[in-house]
Design a protein around this ligand. Structure first.
Ligand code: CO
Length: 360
């Protein structure tokens, strides 16, 4: 389906670091406007699309975050180089020697995190990692004044990876930035389209959250606004199927189906809900895989802790090389995640959710 691939491409290429989600919100608004019964935002910019099914209750909340990891302009040196503050968790070595886009009041400005040439690095320092505090972005400005007046760069401007979507040699894999969590947003759109066609015994809130990468902030505020009975978070998973990784790090593999998180540092899923998702996957012939991570945090935990507590689960599309300019996902995993989540939502009627929320 070229339409779906185009949407994934558009979402991946969109520039939207935490707190600067406007371009992504515009895409989500455009996609949901013809499908949803209404659209509203919370007080920090999360977009809430409501889909009324056969009943007002239960209230099913799906969430995926619009922001990507990036940076913010901290200050400009007198000779016109940009120093920056990270927005979200990034490994220092993923920052150096990359192309960036600064979103200024005058439009997009391109730059590069310059890498000191090997010719001038002392021999004993050549194997040392580069430190973030020593890095800068070269935008080709002659001075601070030139950067400000000609290019329109000012402190607080967002900085996004400059990386363009490509298919990875037609093997069914997609290479691009920001799969975390643009792939989750694309799953949510796919699920909403299916539900619109088939109907559902509940009311669904598809929430595109802001500021996940800096502390699950939009998920907290939008969960309060929605007041869900049950929550499904849609995320990019953590694949560990490439050289140098092991099952000890993470357990997802590209092509083996959607992931179900059993543990991350922010949340344990509701066990009955987890079992229900697994049985729906089985009924539909969809392979699923598990992930038990020591770190990681995700919006599902904000849904889970809303008000008096909400059964929640995190379903993922396995992703290689998260939080860098270049991530890889499998189209087949994406398609199966859409089918699985839609099938789960169709089963969430009042009696089922009541049972999931009951504790013996
Ligand atoms: Co994420």
């Amino acid at each position: 389906m070229p339409k779906v691939q185009r949407l994934l491409e558009e979402l991946s290429n969109a520039h939207g670091p935490s707190g600067f989600e406007e371009p992504v919100r515009a895409i989500m608004r455009r996609e949901f406007a013809p499908l949803a019964d209404d659209l509203e935002t919370d007080g920090v910019g999360s977009l809430i699309a409501r889909f009324k099914g056969a009943s007002d209750a239960p209230r099913v909340m799906m969430a995926a975050h619009m922001d990507e990891v990036g940076h913010m302009v901290k200050y400009i040196t007198p000779d016109g180089f940009i120093k920056f503050q990270a927005l979200g968790g990034v490994h220092d070595q993923s920052i150096i020697n990359q192309r960036w886009v600064i979103l200024t009041q005058k439009g997009l400005v391109r730059g590069v995190t310059g890498l000191k040439t090997v010719h001038v690095i002392p021999f004993e320092e050549r194997n040392q990692p580069f430190k973030r505090q020593d890095m800068f972005i070269d935008v080709g400005a002659a001075s601070k004044k030139d950067a400000e007046e000609r290019l329109g760069i000012f402190p607080g401007d967002p900085i996004s990876p400059d990386s363009t979507f490509v298919t990875l040699n037609d093997g069914g894999l997609y290479l691009g930035k920001a799969w975390d969590d643009r792939v989750g947003l694309a799953v949510m759109i796919g699920v909403a389209r299916l539900l619109r066609d088939t109907g559902h015994p509940n009311t669904v809130f598809a929430v595109s959250t802001v500021q996940e990468e800096v502390g699950l902030r939009g998920a907290q505020t939008s969960s309060f606004q929605v007041g869900p009975d049950i929550g499904i978070n849609l995320e990019s998973g953590v694949a560990s199927d490439y050289p140098g990784t092991s099952q000890n790090d993470a357990q997802e593999r590209l092509g083996d189906g959607p992931g179900i998180f059993l543990h991350d540092s922010s949340m344990l899923p509701n066990r009955k809900f987890r079992d229900m998702v697994m049985s729906v996957a089985k009924e539909n012939g969809i392979p699923v895989q598990f992930n038990v991570l020591a770190g990681y945090g995700q919006d599902g935990s904000a849904m889970q802790r809303n008000r008096c507590g909400v059964p929640a689960i995190n379903i993922s599309v396995p992703t290689r090389y998260l939080h860098s300019h270049n991530g890889v996902i499998s189209r087949a995993d994406f398609d199966r995640a859409v089918t699985l989540v839609a099938a789960v939502v169709k089963k969430l009627d009042a009696a089922t959710v009541k049972e999931l929320k009951s504790f013996a």
